[in-house]
Ligand binder design. Structure first.
Ligand code: GL9
Length: 829
């Protein structure tokens, strides 16, 4: 009976619990066993990579123990769970993070050193798991860490892409994309669940059936693939709780093409089977625009359908009555990418569970919450109706039905205002008739969240104004956050130790508000000395990395000034580069004596451009062309260096951020929904040079304008400035530096022409010209600040202290209370 099975399982877990010991000797034994039996090498001779593999398996065993206990505990308690649906996760490396969250970092280092290995060296062997594009995807990863640490009964769902985000290779200063086959050397951090599989269906037709005298729509699919689960345990810090990130891979279904085999078309049938796997093969690298590709839509539905089958199965294991679904399940839509979950749940409830439309829709409106991550209209997903009709005919019907209901509701509220009705409609008429996924998500979710205060204001007053006016109570915001476990403890161990020493506790790693305690010591001279020492060691590590990747030697006395993020016109890397050209030009035109007064800088830029984004690629090339000129100019020497760090990813960020003195977050106001890079720099005591955009507005509230270098037009100035267009007075220096690029001072004159055009006169949509003067002033203030090391160090300490509000722990606490209605469910130790 199932009671006996549970009892047996419990006895097994009791036996297992604490079976794996964490003292250095036990760890050593397990590592060596894995060398011999898992990696299949001699325990007397293995290299760093093999040692990494064995160590990872040894850690994985420990994760699995805790993870079993957690899942059993959740099952027993049966709390309301949150299911986080996201098409992207940027997990980066797992080894250090796992060891730290398990609390066995020192024991592991000891065990290894006795075996003749160094922990840091082994950690470097791991590749990055890059199943995402940028901020949105890293946010999901940070939030998973917080969900586990704060003991929430949560599951993450996503896709197991075989190829993650492309590797960026720079040849002659141009970006080239290479495939990232990250699974090449195996992945010890996932567990394949061969028995957790679900069929996912596509295409076909919808037919009407009469059941108990009532009409029903039935989808007769035309193709079927199998979704296989891969579980990635996510350990919390300072807790036994270890939750699951379940990623789906597509496999051919056994029922797939039976006919083809029978008709003897063997070769074609096998080839067709392989085609099924392409669904989860590649991550789309475009960070914001999606052009209605069929494969992308297939990915979305594949992931949604498998996740929902899994979620409903888990619910039905315990509960009979689907009316209780909203008491036990919260579904979080991370952007519109998983929005097909809405019609899919409707389809299951109405077509399969025969719940009746009204009842089903009632449930829908109680379970979904939606977070939007953009302010850019072009980033709002639209799915061409033709595409949806062929791939998911029943879902299109359901969306139409939802829309008719929505339009009727609307007419009751606003009458026959056809302009507004058509703006708000889920269906967009026009050359390409399409489905507006954001409108669908807003109408069907109980809560719509923005990702910062400013973002939320823009959603309410511009992007979704029509909706806000009718349902103001739906609109909330949860300012993004990042996890201090990854962004201080893992990536900056020396700062971590220093903070714990001064606070007299390590508790801030779980309880981030304690970090504010540093404010008390912001002027303490001995903290200043230790702080500067830690920062210098980090700069050394970064300088070594720069030398290794680019051959360039940089001075540790220079200010390390970093801008690393996806390359986008609105993020204005071009403003940064033009500012560097200006600096260079000034140094060149200075009398030799005056040069002694210049504050030396190492300007560091990094980030990937979407493969089809031409202007972004030109910006990368310009950066290299300018670097070539500056770095080889003996007039300039150590006063100015420019480095492009290739292939920016999570592990590169872990190395660069702790070594930065200054970092730039300089988007045109009103364009960065939140920004999370700034929070990581802030935590690490790096000063910010920034515009009042996205979450920076709240950073200002927290640390004060005096502790950063703020510049540029405010969000409310932007429309006026745009209207003024070419009549704005642009500073002469701006015209001069653009002209230098135009005239071929850095070569590639023809190639850069179109880039120069984007910032001149009426074309200057992102207002580089309008903001240039105030940008230079902020830069000058940063130079001045850097000379006064005492002041700088105080600002740096206050930055770290003020970063506590930007922990993802706070974000998740907010979501749990105000959006999902879930409570912690802590697994006993
Ligand atoms: C983004 C926003 O642009 C960022 O400002 C925000 O911090 C993150 C997380 O909320 O989401 N939206 C978005 O599409 N991306 C973001 O970074 N892009 C990528 O993830 C590439």
């Amino acid at each position: 009976t199932s009671g006996e099975r549970t009892a047996k399982a419990e006895r097994m877990f009791e036996l297992m619990d604490g079976f794996l010991k964490n003292d250095p000797l036990s760890l050593q034994k397990d590592i060596l066993d894995h060398v011999e039996y898992t990696v299949a090498r001699s325990r007397f001779s293995f290299d760093d990579f093999e040692a990494y593999q064995a160590l990872s398996h040894c850690i994985r065993d420990r994760l699995i123990e805790r993870w079993h206990d957690t899942q059993l505990h959740f099952k027993r308690k049966d709390p309301k769970r949150v299911y986080f649906l996201s098409l992207e996760y940027l997990m980066g490396r797992s080894l250090s993070n796992s060891i730290i969250n398990l609390g066995i970092r020192d024991q592991c280092a000891d065990a290894l050193s006795q075996l003749g290995f160094e922990f840091e060296v082994l950690a470097e062997q791991e590749g990055d798991a890059a199943l995402g594009n940028g901020g949105l995807a890293r946010l999901s990863a940070c939030q998973m860490d917080s969900l586990a640490t704060m003991d929430f009964p949560a599951w993450g769902y996503g896709l197991r892409y075989q190829y993650g985000l492309f590797r960026q290779v720079i040849l002659d200063g141009f970006q080239h994309e290479q495939p990232d086959y990250w699974l090449n050397f195996g992945n010890p951090w996932e567990i394949e669940r061969v028995h957790v599989t679900y069929p996912v269906k596509f295409y076909g037709t919808v037919e009407e059936e009469i059941l108990n005298g009532e009409k029903h729509q039935v989808w007769i699919p035309g193709e079927m693939v199998e979704a296989v689960a891969y579980d990635n345990p996510i350990p919390g810090y300072g807790t036994r709780n270890t939750i699951t990130l379940r990623l789906w891979a597509a496999k051919p279904s056994n029922q797939h093409d039976m006919e083809a085999y029978n008709t003897g078309d063997y070769i074609d049938a096998v080839v067709n089977r392989q085609r099924a796997e392409t669904i989860s093969s590649i991550l789309y690298p475009d960070d914001r625009s999606h052009q209605g590709k069929e494969l992308r839509l297939k990915q979305q539905y594949f992931f949604v359908s498998a996740s929902l089958q899994d979620i409903i199965r888990r619910f039905k294991d315990v509960h009979k009555d689907l009316n209780q679904f909203p008491d036990k399940v919260a579904l979080q839509l991370n952007d519109t990418h998983p929005a097909l979950a809405i019609p899919e749940v409707m389809r299951v409830l109405v077509d399969e569970e025969h719940l009746g439309w009204n009842k089903a829709f009632d449930i829908i409106c109680k379970i979904f919450s939606f977070t939007t991550h953009t302010v850019l209209a072009e980033a709002l997903e639209k799915i061409p109706v033709d595409l949806l009709e062929s791939l998911l005919p029943r879902h299109l019907q359901i969306i139409y039905d939802i829309n008719s209901f929505f339009m009727e509701e609307l007419k009751k509220r606003i009458g026959l205002d056809y302009n507004r009705l058509s703006r708000m409609s889920i269906v967009e008429e026009g050359a390409v008739k399409s489905i507006r996924m954001a409108n669908l998500s807003i109408f069907c979710s109980h809560t719509v969240n923005g990702v910062s205060k400013l973002h939320s204001e823009l959603l309410q007053t511009r992007v979704f104004k029509d909706f806000y006016e009718l349902w103001p109570e739906k609109f909330q915001y949860k300012t993004n956050g990042v996890t201090q476990r990854r962004w201080i403890v893992v990536s900056n161990p020396n700062l971590c130790a220093l903070i714990s020493k001064w606070l007299g506790t390590e508790s801030w790693i779980r309880d981030i508000d304690l970090l504010m305690g540093l404010r008390e010591y912001a002027t303490d001279i001995s903290l200043h000395q230790e702080w500067r020492m830690v920062r210098r060691v980090n700069k050394m590590r970064l300088a070594e990395y720069i030398e290794a990747t680019s051959g360039l030697k940089v001075s540790l006395d220079a200010m390390f000034d970093v801008q690393m993020k996806r390359i986008h016109e609105y993020k204005r890397q071009l403003l940064n580069i033009l500012g560097i050209i200006h600096r260079y030009d000034c140094i060149k035109n200075m009398a030799k004596d005056d040069r002694r007064k210049v504050v030396p800088r190492v300007c560091i830029i990094g980030g990937k451009a979407a493969p089809g984004y031409e202007m972004a690629k030109k910006i990368i090339k310009l950066c290299h062309a300018v670097a070539e000129k500056i770095n080889n100019d003996s007039d300039v020497g150590d006063l100015l260096k420019l480095v492009f760090i290739p292939d920016y990813n999570v592990s590169v960020a872990e190395l660069v951020i702790p070594g930065a003195d200054l970092s730039q977050h300089i988007s045109t106001a009103g364009h960065e929904a939140s920004g999370t890079g700034s929070m990581k720099f802030l935590m690490n005591g790096c000063l910010l040079l920034a515009t009042a955009d996205g979450s920076t507005v709240e950073i200002i509230e927290e640390i004060g304008e005096d502790n950063m270098f703020l510049f540029g037009a405010k969000v409310h100035d932007v429309p006026t400035l745009r209207e003024k267009g070419s009549t704005i007075k642009v500073p002469l220096q701006f015209a001069r530096v653009v002209r230098m690029v135009r005239d071929g001072y850095f070569g590639f004159q023809d190639y850069f022409e179109s880039l120069c055009n984007t910032v001149e006169g009426n074309n200057d949509y992102y207002l580089l010209g309008a903001d240039f003067e105030s940008y230079l002033e902020a830069q000058a203030a940063a130079d001045k600040g850097f000379i006064d090391q005492e002041k700088w160090t105080r600002m740096s300490i206050l930055s770290t202290a003020g970063s506590s509000r930007f922990s993802s722990d706070r974000t998740i606490q907010d979501y749990a209370e105000k959006t999902w209605g879930i409570e912690p469910c802590r697994c006993p130790l």
